[in-house]
Design a protein around this ligand. Sequence first.
Ligand code: UGA
Length: 475
Amino acid sequence: MTARSRRPSPPKRVARSKASRIPPASPKGPVIGVAGLGYVGLASALALTHYGRTVVGFDVVEARRKDVARGVVPLYDEGLATELTQSLRSHRLSVVDSVEDLVRAADLILIAVPTPSSESGAVDLSFVRTAALSLGRALAQVSGWRSFVVKSTVVPGSADSVVAPALEEASGRDRGRDFGVGSNPEFLAEGTLVKDALEPSRIVLGVAEPRTEALLRDAYQGFPSPIVVLPVASAELVKYASNALLATKVSFANEIARFAEVLGADVYPVMEAVGLDPRLGPHFLRAGPGFGGSCFTKDLKALLATARDRSVALPVVQAVLEVNEGQARHVVDLAEKAAGPLAGRDVALLGLAFKAGTGDVRESRAYPILGELLKRGASLRLHDPQAGPAFIAGLPPLPASAVGDRVRLADTLEEALTGVDLAIIQVDWSEYRQAPAATWRRLKGKTLLDTRRSVDPEVLRQAGVRYAAVGRGSA
Ligand code: UGA
């Protein structure tokens, strides 16, 4: 049977950690190849070198390869540059210039390429398929076993139905006999990439062949994390279920916040008390402007789309997205409630990134909040300590009436606050947290709406600023 005509093999039941059934790994440990040196690929590569593995990296973008090879990180994240310098100095990390060199050098290849959203909300697997095809062509030129493991976030079933067939098609080899395919999802959050990569809460291995399991277990030797071994599609599902549950907690906190506002209660101590129940946990219960970032919205939409394809309804996930979409409008409703109608008023929007500690503006809630403020006739003064230019670059075309002075980027917090009628904090940057009463005095007699509980209300009281917050009623 030719590789081309073979159907993708169904996920097999996996032998669970029975050492006797797993072939011994080479004493030096596997050489690990990382295909894709974006933040996921790079942080994963650096963690593996940190624990003594040898890693070769490849990226299709030449500039990215050159940057990484000379120690330049693709984005700022705490500790990333230092780890990269150490990995290069120890020669545990090297960058190769071709996918052929990658497959020649490595026993285990992690695929960490982008998986953006398509217009329908489904995940676009074209980069993954293209990577698998080129890895497959390279596989055809070498002898011996290789395992290809998907790190990118892909909908359940993708490794089996997209990656394995592409590898077979391009290599003419057979999965299971000549090479393995698996899944090893990542749980890295921006801002804590290195910490999350070095100390993952769990390492999830989706495997269908004992050799792939053995290589992965060897790769992760020394990591201080529990290892969970699952069939491939189950491992892929862990990633989506995790992000969906985290997003659910945030939307739930935002829903309770809306009720707290009318009750005259404060959602923050309420959710802190809720989170003391160890069955619920304290994390991701902070109400705010809604969740942003490149992952939650994209992953939840992809989960809905893939479930819909299989005729499965996911009403909870649907509701989580709906609450999140409504939250920006709700923030602006709160602003009008606190400060009066916004038509013709000047508003400072403070914090444009999707969360503190990153310059990333993808899916930032500042975009829909800005859109809603413009719709209601306000003029905007924007500020962010990191993300100002990126935010402006990502703005969709504004209505003609909004061009010019209606949207301006301020260089400093002071400039943003001077002369405005209202300020809204969208990100809890430490610059806002630490700003003294003297800075806020520029808003004297006006209102600050804090969506993230960044500023001490007492500091605002000293400054003579009216205070409003998401999830805090005024009864
Ligand atoms: C998220 C997950 O936390 C990671 O585990 C996952 O690996 C990653 O997505 C991914 O799929 O790649 P990230 O998007 O970097 O990481 O950021 P988070 O810290 O999870 O925050 C997401 C959004 O939720 C932010 O806008 C944040 O401000 C918001 N959030 C978070 C709240 O509004 N309230 C909270 O209590 C927590």
